[in-house]
Design a protein. Structure first.
Ligand SMILES: [Zn+2]
Length: 184
């Protein structure tokens, strides 16, 4: 159970604000996670993003270069509400790597099972060479776009004293996330 960093009050795990002083709970960045948590987190992100990329690339029977990994990186960063650029870079790199690994596993695995040598008959054009070589840069771009489109966490509501009246001391007892209604 987490504690408020301002007043030390015990808070529920899913609390967005301290129930005592209203301080917003900081979102978990990789800086606040242990090595084990980071590893598990980015393996899961990489796996989900990798399989999402495979799904996108199999929808169209054509070579999409880095586009599947690019699109799923942005989507996963948005879904995970990653607001920290370092974290979103880690997420994008994990997804790109897992996509490559899963895709390679499928292609080579198929070749292994069917006992047919894998050969690539492909004379690339110059723009294809450039597209392939610039693929890692697109991971940075995806990480940047992902962070930009991810909405900020809701701010703690500001409760103003009634006009003309004395400011009243108050405690926010609950913050109803669904209705955005403040109960005091
Ligand atoms: Zn507090």
């Amino acid at each position: 159970m987490p504690y408020c960093r301002d007043c030390g009050t015990k808070m529920p795990d899913d609390a967005l604000f301290c129930p005592n002083c209203g301080r917003p709970v900081e979102e978990k960045t990789s800086a606040s996670l242990s090595l084990k948590e980071i590893t598990v987190r980015y393996i899961i992100i990489g796996l989900i993003g990798g399989f999402l990329s495979i799904t996108i690339s199999s929808l169209l029977n054509t070579n999409l270069y880095f586009i599947p990994a690019f699109l799923s990186s942005i989507l996963i960063i948005y879904m995970y509400r990653i607001r920290d650029f370092k974290d979103s870079l880690l997420a994008a790199f994990s997804i790109y790597l897992f996509y490559d690994g899963i895709l390679g596993g499928f292609i080579l695995g198929y070749s292994f099972i069917s006992n047919v040598p894998y050969e690539m008959v492909w004379l690339p054009k110059l723009w294809e060479v450039i597209l392939y070589a610039s693929s890692p840069i697109s991971a940075f771009v995806a990480a940047y776009i992902g962070v930009k489109i991810t909405p900020e966490k809701k701010k703690a509501p500001v409760v103003l004293p009634p006009k003309g009246g004395k400011p009243q001391g108050g405690v926010i007892y609950s913050y109803d996330q669904l209705s955005s209604e403040v109960k005091i």
